[in-house]
Design a protein around this ligand. Sequence first.
Ligand code: HEM
Length: 357
Amino acid sequence: MALTSRFTVRSLSSPTTSSLYRVNSQSLTYNDINRRRWDRRYWNQSTTNPTQNLNDYLFPWKLIAGAVAIGTFSYLYSYNAEAAEKKVDYNAVREDIKNLLDNEKYDDGSYGPVLIRLAWHAAGTYSKTDQKAPGGSDGATMRFEPESAHGANSGLNVARNLLEKVKNKHPEISYADLWSLSAVVAIEHMGGPKINWRPGRVDKTDGSHCTPNGRLPDADKGPDHIRDIFYRMGFNDREIVALIGAHAVGRCHPDRSGFSGPWTNSPTTFSNDFFEQLLNNTWTKKKWNGPEQYEDPTGKLMMLPADLALIKDPAFKKIVQEYAADEDKYFKDFALAFQKLEEAGVKALAKPWYQFW
Ligand code: HEM
C-alpha cells in the first residue's frame, strides 16, 4: 500500500512550501507531501471500523482475563477446602491421644506400642506398583473386612477401639489421619524422635478398597522376604532396618501373633536398644510349643526369626551396628523413614507433577 509505505524524503533545495522534494523517485512540492500525509491519516480513519479494531485488540486479553478468572475461582475453592480441613484442632487431638497412652493396667503400662503397630499395619500394605489396590495409610481400610480379619492384624482392634474416644470427640479428623497421628504422638511421648506429620488422608467408605492378604511381612522368614515386602513399598535397606528398630517398644502376645515376650527391657521407651540387644545378647531357639522364636539367657527377652535376619544378612548387619552405636543417627533416620511410611500412597500429600525436587 503506497500510502502506508514510508516516505523517503530528501530535500532538493531550501525548505519552502514551493520547494521541490524527491519522494520515492517522484518530485513533489511540500504541499503535495502534506496532502499525502493528510490523505493517509484520513484513509486510516475512514476505512477502518474502530469497533472491530478494538475487538481485535482485546481478543487475547479476553482470553487471558477468562483464564485468570477460572484460576482465581479454583484457587479460592481449594483455599476454602483447605480452610474447612483446618477446622481440625490437631493440637487438641494430640493432647487427647497423649492422655490415652499411659495405663498401668495394660501390658507394660502403655498403649503406645499397639498404636504404632496399628499405624504401621495400615500403611505397610502400600504397593508402589499396584494402581488398583495401592493400599497405604490413606483410607483406613482396616476398619472393614477382609483387612480387619487378616491374620497379621490380629489384636489391632484394641488400638482401633481405643481411638474411638478421640474420634467421637473430634469427628472432623479422618480415621486414617487419626491412626497415623496417634503413632507419631506415641513415638514422641515414649522418648522417640519428633516426626514431621502432615494431615490429608481420606477415609474409604467400605471394604472394596482393602488390599489382598499377604502384603505385610511374615515373622518367620528371612532377609529375601523382608526385602521383597519393603522394596514393594519403596524402601531401601537403611530404611528397612530403621523401621524394624521400632521393636524397641512393645511385645508379642500369644493370643495375637502366637509369639511371646518383649524385645527389650524397656518396652515403653523408644530407643536404639533393639539394635544393642540384637548384637550384644545371645539368642537361642526357645523350647516351647509355640512358633519358632529366640530368647536371651534370662528367657525374658525375645527375637523373631525376621529380627535375627537383620544380623544374618551382612548388608543389614552393618546398618544395625551403626544404629547400635549412634542413637541420634538412628532417631534421625527413623523419623524420615516413618514419615515416608505414613505418607506412602497418600493422594493429598503426593508431589504435584511439576515438582521434581
Ligand atoms: C519384618 C518386619 C516385621 C515383622 C515380621 C514384625 C512382626 C511383629 C510381630 C509378630 C509382632 C507381635 C504382635 C503381637 O503379638 O502383638 C510385632 C509387634 C510390633 N511391631 Fe512389628 N514387625 C515388623 C516390622 C515392624 C515395623 C516396621 C514396625 C514399626 C515401624 C513395627 C512395630 C511393632 C510394634 C510397636 C509392635 C508391638 C505391638 C504391641 O506391643 O502391641 N514392626 N511385630
